[in-house]
Design a protein around this ligand. Structure first.
Ligand code: HEM
Length: 441
């Protein structure tokens, strides 16, 4: 059968499925006596999906709660942090985090997906472990990794592509996270095997569904981490890392070790993506990096660099919080059917002109004054699943920004509009820049 007939048939199949879902939930809503949120379920074209403003436009047309067909699922969108938080708090027992299920890799899976008492127990354990690590003690180490990376990039020939830059950033965040989470230094014999095993486990960010190949790669990772525990953490050889702290507190179970392994992957990926966004955004306003250079080294410069990391996260990278409904819910007069998706639209909330003056302008100074309330700013989540690595993200990114300012000048050769990646919008893959090492770097 010709390809376009097959595509046509598949599309028809999807349309019919969509109509069935619409009717089915429509009947249930009528039975409950509450309407479904407004909005039409339809397959969104690639052009529609490429529009970063799509859900803002829908919320302007339909109100803060509306439905869409998103990622093959009936999805209720909520735009606005206050109402999003209200939804999460009021419906805690009726939703669960919609994220990758890793429970057949290690018991209970990733903290982010846990619920109830299990989540409370492990979250407490991890809060305690995180408290034991003072990031300031690792400032010089992080700085040296970033500097090495930037100097290496500046020595490469010609304009550098987005792929080259992000590859180097990922190597840097891998080195930092392997050291700070698992206690594995660059000169350890386990470093390369671990890096390779991570690249097999999740070459392009965490997978959506665990398959046999992921289970096999996880087993390899777990074996190496077992050797690391035996050879590098024995007899107090390791200095600080989350794993060393967990070991010092007692005998960490498989869930704790599995979570540390997973956290290393998730965070090296998220951080390197954020750093590329930061570089991309700083490229748009040449007045910003000179401000970092001019600030007095120490607390003043760090405060400025932190504000740039925070503003970058307001503008990009943090996009949504996903939940799946585990019961029927009525919220703000609308019916949210069981087994559907809810998307708290974080990116859209961060573009709210009532909360941020000129919300589409990159302006780090908005983070230099009072602390932003969670009703306005929530890149790290807004409920019991709030990110444990929020400060970690801001601090490592501030080091990255300070080092960018101290090391490089660059000229953008090509750029384009942001593109929708697997997890969120990314800077254009056409981005390329000519990097120059500063004379006094
Ligand atoms: C760009 C950087 C990052 C962003 C935007 C980010 C964002 C988030 C968000 C939005 C959540 C909440 C998810 C939900 O409510 O469903 C979360 C949870 C989490 N994050 Fe991050 N994160 C980042 C980096 C990190 C880092 C560096 C670490 C660790 C070193 C980390 C560890 C965690 C953990 C353990 C959770 C689960 C907490 C729980 O469920 O109790 N994250 N993150």
């Amino acid at each position: 059968m010709p390809d376009n007939h097959l595509i046509g048939l598949r599309r028809l199949g999807k349309e019919l499925h969509l109509r069935r879902v619409t009717l089915q939930h429509g009947f249930r809503a009528a039975f409950k006596g509450k309407p479904l949120p407004p909005g039409r379920l339809r397959i969104l074209s690639n052009t529609a999906l490429a529009d970063q403003m799509l859900l803002i436009k829908e919320s302007e047309r339909l109100g803060p709660i509306f439905k869409v067909w998103w990622g093959g699922k009936f999805t209720t969108c909520i735009v606005g942090h206050e109402i999003g938080r209200k939804f999460l708090n009021e419906n805690e027992g009726k939703t669960r985090a919609a994220t990758t299920d890793l429970s057949d890799l290690f018991p209970f899976g990733f903290l982010r997906a846990m619920e109830g008492d299990t989540h409370r127990k492990y979250r407490r354990i991890f809060i305690d472990i995180f408290k034991g690590l003072n990031l300031a003690d690792h400032d010089a180490f992080m700085r040296s990794v970033v500097r090495k990376t930037l100097v290496g990039l500046s020595r490469m020939e010609g304009p550098l592509s987005a792929a080259t830059i992000t590859h180097a950033f990922k190597k840097a965040t891998t080195e930092i996270q392997l050291r700070l989470i698992l206690g594995v230094k660059r000169d350890s014999p386990f470093y390369e095997p671990l890096e390779n095993a991570y690249n097999e486990y999740a070459p392009n960010g965490i997978f959506l569904v665990a398959k046999d190949k992921h289970r096999a790669a996880y087993k390899r990772l777990r074996t190496i981490v077992g050797q690391v525990i035996e050879k590098e953490h024995g007899e107090g050889k390791d200095s600080e890392s989350l794993l060393a702290i967990a070991l010092a507190k007692g005998d960490p179970d498989e869930t704790v070790i599995g979570n540390l392994i997973q956290m290393t992957e998730a965070s090296r990926y998220d951080l390197h993506g954020l750093w590329f966004w930061i570089m991309n955004m700083l490229s748009r306003d040449p007045s910003i990096l000179p401000r970092v250079r001019a600030a007095a080294a120490g607390p003043e410069r760090r405060a400025l660099a932190r504000s740039m990391a925070q503003e970058s996260l307001r503008m990009e990278q943090s996009e949504f919080i996903h939940r799946a409904t585990t019961s029927d819910i009525v919220f703000n007069g609308f019916f949210f059917p069981k087994d559907t998706r809810v998307r708290i639209c974080v990116w859209e909330g961060h573009r709210d002109a009532n909360k941020f003056v000129q919300p589409s302008t990159f302006d780090p100074t908005r983070f230099l004054g009072e602390k932003q309330s969670m009703d306005a700013y929530a890149p790290f989540g807004m409920d019991k699943h709030r990110c444990l690595g929020g400060d970690w993200t801001i601090e490592t990114s501030a080091v990255f920004i300070e080092e960018l300012a101290a090391t490089l000048d660059w000229e953008v050769v090509a750029d384009g509009p942001p593109v929708r990646g697997v997890f969120h919008f990314e800077p254009s893959s056409a981005f390329s820049a000519r990097l120059k090492l500063l004379e006094d770097a």
